[in-house]
Design a binder for this molecule. Structure first.
Ligand code: HEC
Ligand code: HEC
Length: 289
């Protein structure tokens, strides 16, 4: 027979028999509902251990009878995507860019693949709609620095512009102001000349003064008529489309600083099929030649 402990007079509750300096401990039971929840969590945990991966072992872990694995799910999804891409990729391989564009099915696949690769790799600079930003060309229009045929576009993507690639497209407009190649007033006159070339309001006397300077300094790259030359990636200065902006201040800044945009090399980062798909996609945006 267990000995019954003393009953506390004030509360009517049994004490545990423990006593410190005259203070006695009451034996207050845990609430029933609390205990049941507690037992339920133990049962839940044991069920979980049995069904799901739970305990680390020396090498690996307990697998659980359901054989559940998020890692395996992802691996499976990636495998499925790869086989699907491989089937369509096979069709693209061996086909020339021109054959791809001529075949509606291949064109459709290449455009979709190109569009998604564009979102992943190109949109940061060229915009998600390829509309471009200041210094980053719009790829929807029919204005091309380096050429707008399928092969031109593919080559630009493959090697890049002013990138580290040994065959990258390069050309460097001199920084006429920063490197003091021209006087301040000559640069001011040239600014007026470029404004006039593009059909904007300009100071006629200043533009006339700048004409011989333009022929001497600028025409080699931009052409006598200022229409640009693709072998130098030099923009047409007579249209109203600008890479760096067409205001007097923006034009002067470019003459002073000779900025040249850098486009990365993609041939070393993306597989040939993706570069093909990107070329087809960009070519089909509207301005392809
Ligand atoms: C880091 C920014 C950057 C990224 C990313 C980038 N580009 Fe460019 N791209 C440029 C710049 C800058 C130019 C203009 C180079 C110049 O001034 O000649 C350019 C030029 C181009 C041109 C030539 C346009 C013309 O008028 O001839 C094409 C085509 C092009 N990019 C396609 C792409 C594609 C496709 C991708 C993705 C695979 C991409 N770019 C990713 C910066 C970028
Ligand atoms: C060595 C070739 C070269 C020479 C010489 C040259 N440019 Fe350029 N110019 C370029 C290139 C290349 C670009 C485009 C830079 C880029 O793509 O980032 C450019 C861009 C420009 C732009 C910006 C156009 C835009 O669409 O925003 C202006 C303006 C310009 N040049 C004016 C001149 C003037 C004026 C001279 C003579 C004083 C000159 N350039 C000499 C190659 C040249």
């Amino acid at each position: 027979m267990a000995k019954r402990n003393e009953i506390d007079q004030a509360t009517g509750t049994e004490t545990t028999g423990h006593e410190w300096d005259g203070i006695k401990e009451l034996n207050t039971p845990l609430p029933r509902w609390w205990l049941w929840v507690f037992y339920a969590t133990i049962v839940w945990a044991i069920g979980y251990w049995v069904l799901y991966p739970a305990w680390p072992l020396v090498t690996g872990y307990t697998q659980g009878v359901l054989n559940h694995s998020q890692r395996a799910d992802v691996a499976q999804a990636v495998k499925e995507m790869k086989t699907q891409r491989a089937v369509q990729g096979k069709q693209l391989q061996g086909a020339t860019l021109q054959q791809i564009e001529a075949d509606p099915n291949l064109l459709q696949f290449a455009r979709e693949a190109g569009k998604s690769a564009f979102g992943d790799n190109c949109a940061t600079c060229h915009g998600s709609g390829a509309q471009g930003f200041k210094g980053y060309p719009n790829l929807n229009d029919d204005i091309w620095l380096w050429g707008g045929t399928l092969d031109d576009i593919r080559h630009t993507i493959q090697v890049g512009v002013r990138s580290a690639h040994p065959e990258a497209r390069v050309s460097q407009m001199p920084a006429y102001g920063r490197d003091a190649l021209l006087e301040k007033n000559q640069i001011a006159d040239l600014t007026q000349y470029v404004l006039k070339l593009s059909g904007q309001k300009a100071n006629a006397a200043a533009a006339a003064r700048a004409e011989p300077v333009f022929k001497e300094q600028c025409a080699a790259c931009h052409g006598d008529d200022g229409r640009g030359k693709r072998e130098f990636g030099s923009p047409n200065l007579t249209d109203r489309e600008w890479l760096y902006g067409g205001s007097a201040a923006e034009i002067r800044t470019q003459i002073e600083q000779g900025r040249g945009g850098v486009m990365p090399t993609w041939g070393t980062r993306l597989d040939a099929m993706t570069v093909d798909a990107l070329a087809v996609y960009v070519h089909s945006l509207g301005g392809g030649e």
